[in-house]
Write a protein that binds this ligand. Structure first.
Ligand SMILES: Cc1ncc(COP(=O)(O)O)c(C=O)c1O
Length: 333
């Protein structure tokens, strides 16, 4: 646990870091009583609605990009280059936030093995935003392609910034340090203690930011349970630890949290709907009128539902599900 003096100093450093004010905060914390009833009781359930963060149809990327793009602009960047798949929430959010800031945007996008029969909504939105889309056919081509485009833009007199996958750098993860501070204020105002938080964890920025933010602002006993939509637990946990160390260096405090990632709700693989995920998506829509996404949040919610059904969570606990957005994956143009 972090020493109170180190904590105060880390908070001071954190608050001095520039951030763009593009999102809509605080995102609501809502109770899920009908979901709880449908599950036959169990812990009291809450949801943090980061599907309402705003730009580019919301989601967790907005918080990260507010820090990453602030740093890029401070370095004089007038163009942003990033990467992802053709349904990437990160690419969509980057394209729309870059448009809002008047920055040129280039998206290096992996093409699916089998082309989608329709234009994915995220890609349609990116095209609308005027982002330039550069296809690649293998994940290993992403980084060198981004570097090549950066060189080309420089020869044209532009000042490009490269944003790595998911904006999951220590800088981007600061968005979730700030989200933890936002949640702490909401919990204080309601006199509410949350015992566990479930969320989708993939490129690690959300998880690392929450872990650091918990050290600074939240109840140290609160359990953070990341749910993988793709990679094995250990590989995601290692990435999260690396980003957390980067945050610790920036804030000048030691942070060595236990990182918990579940990988038994992936199903057949990344982006492939799972049976449990489909059930979770339908249950949330029918009980609470809340839309999840099939790639990330439905699988994370399936984990929470699974744990409730197995009786793993204490019946007296308060459990919060962090909705990280992504619903555009349900739609096509
Ligand atoms: C909707 C959604 N939820 C969760 C995640 C996972 O967040 P992170 O990459 O910060 O681990 C992503 C990442 O792409 C996402 O798009």
């Amino acid at each position: 646990m972090i020493h109170p003096i180190d904590r105060a100093r880390a908070i001071e450093r954190f608050e001095a870091i520039p951030r763009l004010a593009l999102g809509h905060y605080p995102t609501p914390v809502e109770k899920l009583p009908r979901l709880r009833d449908a599950l036959g009781g169990g812990p009291r359930l809450w949801m943090k609605r980061d599907d309402y963060t705003g730009p580019g149809c919301g989601g967790n990327k907005v918080r990260k990009l507010e820090y990453v793009l602030a740093a890029a602009q401070a370095d004089g960047a007038d163009a942003v280059i990033t990467c992802g798949g053709v349904r990437s929430n990160h690419c969509r959010a980057t394209a729309m936030m870059a448009a809002r800031l008047g920055m040129h945007c280039v998206l290096v996008q992996n093409q699916p093995a089998k082309p989608y029969p329709h234009l994915p909504a995220s890609l349609a939105i990116e095209q609308m935003s005027g982002a330039q889309i550069v296809p690649v056919y293998d994940r290993t081509e992403r980084a060198p392609t981004m570097e090549r485009i950066a060189r080309e833009l420089r020869t044209q007199g532009r000042h490009p910034a490269i944003v790595p996958l998911g904006a999951s750098t220590p800088q981007g993860a600061l968005g979730f340090v700030s989200a933890a501070s936002e949640l702490a204020a909401q919990l204080d105002a309601r006199q509410l203690r949350i015992d566990a938080v479930f969320f989708s964890s993939s490129s690690g920025g959300t998880h690392a930011g929450l872990a650091a933010g918990k050290e600074l602002f939240l109840n140290p006993a609160m359990r953070l349970i990341g749910v993988s939509p793709d990679d094995p637990s250990e590989s995601i946990a290692a990435t999260v630890r690396g980003i957390l160390q980067g945050i610790a260096i920036r804030l000048g405090a030691e942070m060595d949290a236990e990182i918990e990632v579940l990988d038994d709700y992936i199903g057949e693989g990344y982006g492939i709907e799972s049976e449990a995920g489909r059930e979770a998506l339908q249950l949330l829509a029918r009980t609470e009128g809340i839309l999840l996404d099939p790639v990330y949040t439905a699988k994370a919610m399936a984990a929470l539902i699974g744990w409730i059904r197995k009786g793993i969570l204490d019946k007296d606990a308060n459990v919060l599900f962090w909705h990280t957005g992504g619903q555009m994956a349900l739609f096509h143009a």
